[in-house]
Design a protein around this ligand. Structure first.
Ligand code: NAD
Length: 476
């Protein structure tokens, strides 16, 4: 049922040459799912050489031929979606239905990039001098190194792999060692669709060792990373040494602003579903709830009731709405956030504790009257905790929402058109959703500002991230 764990180097599925490996754990029962090989230095060098070689031919392949392979890969992802989603749930924990949606979204992202790759348009700029043609050309940036985390084992790798491949780049990806099987399964779809050898390479290892070696190589021209701010800063320093282009998606702490003109029950239905998706381990998860005074008591009550009613269990069990946390580190972090909030005088409305002692389960938790100086209000919780606080005025809530260094996503709920446009103008984030939580689709740009990173994935910007701009002037 679980994926066979291998690396992909120069078109060959292989183990590491020095025999190092690590176990992959099922977070629902802490059993070992498989043994993941690590790349040795020479394996990484082989992957680099393959990416360099393959870049020459892949970048010279027409965008139409590249598109055919990507579309075939997307079809294979759909055909294999049940199997891939099973692997995803087993290694990450999220409910199977969510995992399946993630795999199908990955197919959609691949299709979208397959088409967008055909539209890497340049332009002709009228010249000042007669007999002179001025052209702007778009060219693939070169071999790409990608690093992805454990919370979306399909969508985060696919955004990088499909974007790079559609643009004509080769790629070395190091997915999370905690959730490797999903990316391996997606890479098999590309290989089985006819991707030439060496264009896509999948490696694993000690993250710091792999990134240091790969980023330092002069072969790599672009780094794309999704993960924590601390690691993002570290990789940016490594990239700076070689003046390499970067895309950094580094998490957020999304405010949800609920104005007093809304229907509380309607809003609660939407935000509770969003809050506990993937047990809150989502970079755009709604994480700081600001509710305008008069609606605050009703909102807290309805939120706690809905959170309490959620069915928590193994993601493979039918009807389960929230699975375990993905690793033991998150359990410890949740306990610390809850204890700190309590110490700051906040009230635990529901939840607050680990469930059982086998598997990394934590209760859907709602915390009210949370002061802004409680840790959970300034440190990304990345788990099933919903801190709720009240506000009085528009200006006050804007100041509080914008007070952190995070700037990924933000949300607002109001029935006033005027308030809707005013709040989306004021929020300092890369993405804003009003009256909903939709910020991620294949065709729209996904990315943050401030410490949440830079660059976008998806949308025309997602392809642009893998293209260089070349100006050519040609005299007749
Ligand atoms: P972490 O910072 O140790 O790891 C985050 C990811 O980066 C992991 O997938 C890891 O394999 C990778 N990584 C770590 N060091 C690396 C290196 N030197 N080179 C390349 N990759 C490296 O943290 P964690 O315990 O896995 O997660 C903790 C926090 O990270 C969360 O609380 C959350 O804030 C953030 N996070 C964000 C996202 C996101 O989608 N933006 C995803 C996962 C985690």
């Amino acid at each position: 049922m679980y994926e066979k764990l291998e690396m992909l180097i120069d078109g060959e599925w292989c183990a590491g040459s020095d025999g190092k490996s690590e176990p992959v754990i099922n977070p629902a029962n802490e059993e070992t799912l498989g043994t993941l090989p690590h790349a040795s230095r020479s394996d990484l060098d082989r992957a680099l050489a393959a990416a360099q070689r393959a870049f020459l031919s892949w970048s010279a392949t027409s965008a139409f031929d590249r598109s055919t392979i990507l579309r075939k890969a997307a079809e294979l992802m759909r055909e294999r979606s049940d199997q891939i989603a099973t692997t995803l749930t087993l290694e990450e924990g999220k409910a199977f239905a969510e995992a399946r949606v993630e795999v199908l979204s990955s197919a959609d992202i691949t299709d979208w990039y397959a088409e967008e790759g055909k539209r890497a348009y340049g332009r002709i700029i009228p010249s000042r001098a007669p007999g002179m043609r001025q052209m702007v050309l778009k060219e693939p940036v070169g071999p790409v190194a990608a690093f992805t985390p454990w919370n979306f084992p399909a969508v985060t790798p696919i955004r990088k792999m499909a974007g790079a491949l559609a643009a004509g780049c080769s790629c070395i990806i190091k997915p999370s060692e905690e959730t490797p099987g999903t990316c391996i399964a997606l890479a098999r779809c590309f290989q089985d669709a006819g991707l030439p050898k060496g264009v896509l390479n999948v490696v694993f290892g000690v993250p710091a060792e792999v990134s240091e070696r790969v980023i330092a190589s002069p072969i790599i021209r672009k780094i794309s990373f999704t993960g924590s701010i601390a690691v993002g800063k570290h990789l940016l320093k490594l990239a700076a040494e070689g003046l390499k282009r970067t895309t950094m998606e580094l998490g957020g702490h999304s405010p949800v602003i609920v104005f007093d003109d809304v229907d509380v029950d309607q809003v609660v239905k939407v935000v509770v579903a969003g809050k506990y998706r993937n047990a809150g381990q989502v970079c755009v998860s709604p994480t700081r709830f600001f509710v305008q005074d008069s609606k605050y008591p009703a909102f807290v009550k309805a939120f706690a009731t809905a959170a309490k009613a959620l069915k928590v269990g193994s993601g493979m069990e039918a009807g389960v709405q929230m699975g375990p946390l993905a690793n033991a580190r998150r359990l410890d972090a949740m306990a610390e956030f809850v204890a700190d909030a309590r110490d700051h005088g906040a009230k635990i409305e529901t939840g607050g504790d680990r469930i059982g002692n086998s598997g990394f389960f934590f209760e859907p938790t709602v915390i009210s009257d949370v002061p802004d100086d409680a840790r959970i209000m300034y440190d990304e919780p990345f788990g099933p905790l919903a801190p709720i606080t009240r506000f009085k005025s528009f200006d006050e809530v804007v100041t509080r929402a914008n007070s952190l260094e995070y700037g990924l996503a933000s949300y607002a709920f109001t029935t006033s058109e005027k308030t809707a446009s005013a709040i989306s103008d004021k929020l300092q984030t890369g993405m804003v959703a009003v009256n909903g939580l939709t910020v991620s689709t294949p065709e729209t740009p996904f990315g943050g500002v401030k410490h949440s990173g830079h660059g976008s994935e998806g949308g025309v910007e997602g392809l642009e991230a893998y293209l260089n701009t070349k100006f050519v002037s040609q005299a007749h």
